[in-house]
Write a protein of this length. Structure first.
Length: 284
């Protein structure tokens, strides 16, 4: 079974119910959502999100799994500013609880940025932060996303992710979210060696630790370390390679979500539309 969807919004009067409706409009059978704006910590109370109605619509429509993405504001890798590190821990704990109440136990998290410090210092803080969050929460898998490696991003290699897994005292709730654009930009050859990528990940962390997949084309050449998503078939990875990922037998049953750019209106460049319905159909 292929579970394919996209990022969807949550806003307005319908909130989470509207998210589910948007996903269904694209022909999705899964989706990814934030519990609030990803750039800040402001959150509406759970009882305002119309969660029961959203769950009922998912049940009626056959959607039995979806992903929640943690806010970008969280940076557990910050060893320079203790307040930022503390805020990240507190936000992650809250987001795990919110995601659980919404019906998802997969929280995708950018591992963090070293913010100019040595990578090992950032990794040590990520381990410290995850240890505390895991110890003080009960619900939810934390899926560390594979990153492109721009700036001082951490999680840009399976070796860095392995260091985190190995360092966390109880890593039973840790998982991996692989992102095809990020893999490409980090130097992993999705086009010619995706099986080799999975084999390496299996040997270092375990393929059973993959919880979800982000399906994105890339505007950048292999190893560019830039993280610029492209629409499916419009980038350097291409439709054929991305279809191979989506239909790979070792990834069967995992939720896969697109985060591709909106298509600009040629008559009004400030306006655009989501390409997800067409792209999902192409990938299926």
């Amino acid at each position: 079974m292929i579970y394919l969807g996209s990022h969807v919004a949550m806003s307005g009067k319908e909130m989470f119910l509207g998210s589910v409706k948007e996903a269904l409009s694209y022909g999705s059978n899964t989706f990814m959502v934030y519990t609030g704006a990803p750039q800040n910590s402001k959150r509406r109370p759970l009882d305002e999100l119309r969660i029961p109605e959203a769950k009922e619509l998912m049940k009626e429509s056959g959607i039995d799994r979806f992903i929640v993405h943690a806010p970008y504001l969280i940076n557990l890798g910050n060893s320079v500013n203790e307040e930022t590190f503390k805020l990240g821990k507190e936000m992650l704990a809250v987001e795990l609880d919110r995601a659980h109440e919404m019906g998802s136990d997969i929280m995708v998290l950018h591992p963090g940025s070293a913010v100019g410090a040595e990578p090992q210092a950032g990794i040590a803080k990520i381990i410290e932060g995850l240890d505390e969050v895991i110890k003080t929460t009960e619900n939810g898998l934390i899926a560390l996303e594979t990153m492109a490696g721009k700036g001082s991003e951490l999680g840009r290699s399976f070796d860095e992710l392995k260091d985190i897994f190995d360092g966390v005292k109880d890593n039973s709730r840790l998982r991996i979210c692989i992102d095809t654009c990020h893999l490409n930009d980090a130097g992993y050859d999705v086009v010619n060696n995706f099986d080799g990528i999975l084999n390496e990940l299996d040997s270092k962390i375990g393929i059973g630790r993959i919880a979800c997949v982000h399906i994105n084309d890339s505007l950048n050449p292999l190893g560019a370390h830039k993280d610029r998503h492209a629409n499916i078939g419009k980038g350097t990875i291409g439709l054929e390679a991305l279809r191979y990922v989506v239909h790979h037998e070792k990834l069967e049953g995992l939720p896969m979500c697109l985060e591709t750019p909106h298509i600009k209106d040629p008559l009004n460049p400030k306006e655009g539309y989501a390409p997800y319905k067409e792209e999902i159909a192409m990938l299926r």
